[in-house]
Design a protein around this ligand. Structure first.
Ligand code: AMP
Length: 548
């Protein structure tokens, strides 16, 4: 009998009323005002450093908590009431960090807006959330100004920066703070189940869906980031947060920083490899968090310019599959160890981390972090064994996993209390999860599944391949066959790439078709956009350069 995942949720509702209540302070609310109190009491030596075009700005935590108080006063003056949504449209910066706390701690809901959304999607999410106020970086304001007449719920725009904007009812952030009293803000008692933040999924299929995080979920998630068996962020860390703060709570690192007062190094719009490498060198960064495409850029830069990355303890790599060849090259050539992690908007995001895997460049996403439960299911929703082979849809539950979408019934997203992730994975007997696909990206050839992710990882291990994305092509005989779209750094033929794959995969996995392209479409958060790639193929725009 193979070992399976955790016991399924019982069909009958759990009885939450205890037979004999424990005598602990169970009414202590796990809410963000606590995290803010902690940061105020234990500010340590930590600071928030922001890269701006004029150079780095820095502020120690006592200065920042005082500014958060002023911002909370200002929100009250603006008429924001508890439960109302307040948007941010911003790069990673100290001001964005201040919004992360002032908005939820004053009882409102922080709605982080993805700055790369198409204007129609942006208008959709702002209107769906009914944002009352939006905090916007001056450099990004024109994008909001272009749709402002379609945003009836927004009563004020608060502009972060000096450049004048065309936004109606705009007020400057610093002006707003200057008009606030210096007295500490009297934060309300916030029940831990109150909503604290809202983030919409990137909507690669259908309309974006809102994930509404409770205070409790955020506090528990951020405390788990400090566990050594999870990410293990420490008070002494100097953490470069490249992952956008508009995406899934900035992986929870700003909240974790409130708990341990570690230093946050925020690159603002300077997320290109050169400024990032300089930030690491100059600030002696100890941890970095970003998606694989940024690590790939960093690797190319480091190979050429040899920056000193020796201060980094490790880099957290998530958001899409970590190509083992990339992890190996960063480790061997630059001494940087990557820590592979899996998560999604609906899981706050941290769900699994590969901390304990003996192979540091394993493609496995890792084990579920404490308090998150993972299982795999078949098409009927039945649980599958943890044998390291049988693929199924990955499902998750836990205190920082979504139980529903905001103002959107979407029952399809859940199975008996578990979140259906839409990821296809297998789990080995030790509990290590390995994603093989998204359910919508998996290639079904002659009734068998081909993992696009595995083919991509293998292709990206070829020295001539910079990027590779594999999608399904309709096929009369087999139903679907894989098509590999490849960006080359030096000449290589389809035959050579097939030969490179041959020893590693079953022969029916070998793609007959390759499309050699100059670049691959990416989503707003830097992942390969397979929907766009499929559209290009359908429009015949991948044809040029294809080879059978
Ligand atoms: P998002 O909600 O935009 O953060 O996207 C979440 C999705 O990104 C997951 O459901 C996965 O498909 C993908 N993803 C996240 N982390 C990883 C990872 N380490 N490896 C492979 N895919 C990942």
């Amino acid at each position: 009998m193979q070992r399976c995942g955790p016991a399924p949720v019982a069909g009958t509702p759990l009885a939450f009323a205890p037979v004999l209540a424990g005598l602990m302070q169970d009414d202590f609310q796990l809410a963000l005002p606590y995290a803010l109190r902690r940061l105020r009491s234990y500010p340590g030596e930590g600071e928030v450093v922001t890269l701006t075009t004029a150079g780095a700005t820095r502020a120690a935590y006592p200065q920042i908590t005082a500014r958060i108080d002023r911002l909370a006063h200002a929100l009250r003056r603006l008429g924001v009431t508890p439960g109302e949504r307040v948007g941010t449209f911003a790069w990673n910066s100290q001001r964005h960090f201040e919004c992360y706390f002032a908005i939820p701690c004053s009882g409102a809901v922080l709605h982080t807006l993805n700055i790369r959304l198409h204007p129609d999607h942006l208008a959709y999410v702002i209107n769906h959330a009914q944002d009352r106020v939006i905090f916007v970086d001056d450099t990004l304001a024109p994008r909001l100004a272009a749709i402002a007449d379609r945003l009836p719920s927004v009563m004020r725009y608060v502009v972060m920066g000096e450049t004048p904007t065309d936004l109606p009812n705009a007020i400057g952030y610093e002006e707003l703070l200057a008009d606030s009293p210096e007295t500490p803000f009297d934060y309300p008692e916030i029940p831990e189940r109150q909503a604290a933040a809202l983030c919409y999924t990137t909507g690669t299929t259908g309309e974006p869906k809102g994930v509404l995080y409770s205070h409790r979920a955020i506090v528990l998630h951020s405390s788990s980031l400090l566990m050594t068996d999870a990410i293990g962020l420490q008070a002494s860390d100097r953490a470069v947060l490249v992952v956008p703060m508009f995406h899934v709570n900035g992986w929870g690192w700003p909240h974790a920083a409130a708990l341990n007062a570690m230093t946050l190094l925020l690159p603002g719009p300077h997320v290109q490899p050169e400024p990032l490498a300089k930030l690491i060198e100059q600030e002696r960064a100890s941890v970095i968090g970003c998606v694989p495409t940024i690590y790939a850029d960093l690797l190319r830069y480091a190979d050429e310019h040899h920056p000193d990355l020796s201060s980094l303890r490790f880099g957290v790599c998530g958001g899409s599959a970590m190509p083992p060849a990339l992890a190996q090259a960063l480790h061997d050539r630059h001494g940087l160890r990557l820590l592979h992690a899996w998560g999604m908007t609906e899981t706050s995001p941290m769900g699994a981390v590969s901390r304990a895997h003996p192979d540091p460049v394993s493609p496995k996403q890792g084990k579920a972090v404490p308090f998150v439960e993972l299982r795999i299911t078949d098409e009927g929703g039945g649980e599958l064994p943890w044998d390291g082979q049988t693929p199924g849809e990955l499902e998750a539950r836990g205190p920082w996993v979504a139980s529903a979408y905001y103002e959107d019934p979407s029952p399809d997203g859940f199975n008996d209390g578990w979140l259906r992730t839409g990821d296809v994975a297998h789990i080995d007997p030790a509990g290590f999860v390995q994603l093989t696909d998204r359910t919508k990206d998996v290639i079904k050839s002659g009734g068998e599944w081909i993992s696009s992710v595995e083919l991509e990882n293998l292709l990206m291990a070829h020295p001539a391949v910079r990027e590779a994305a594999v999608i399904a092509m309709p096929d009369e005989r087999f139903g679907e066959r894989p098509l590999a779209a490849v960006v080359l750094t030096s000449p290589a033929s389809a035959e050579e790439l097939r030969e490179h794959l041959r020893p590693h995969v079953a022969s029916f996995w070998l793609p007959e078709r390759f499309a050699f392209v100059d670049s691959l479409p990416k989503t707003s958060v830097g992942k390969f956009d397979k929907r766009a790639l499929r559209a290009l193929r359908e429009a015949g725009d991948l044809g040029a350069g294809s080879e059978r």
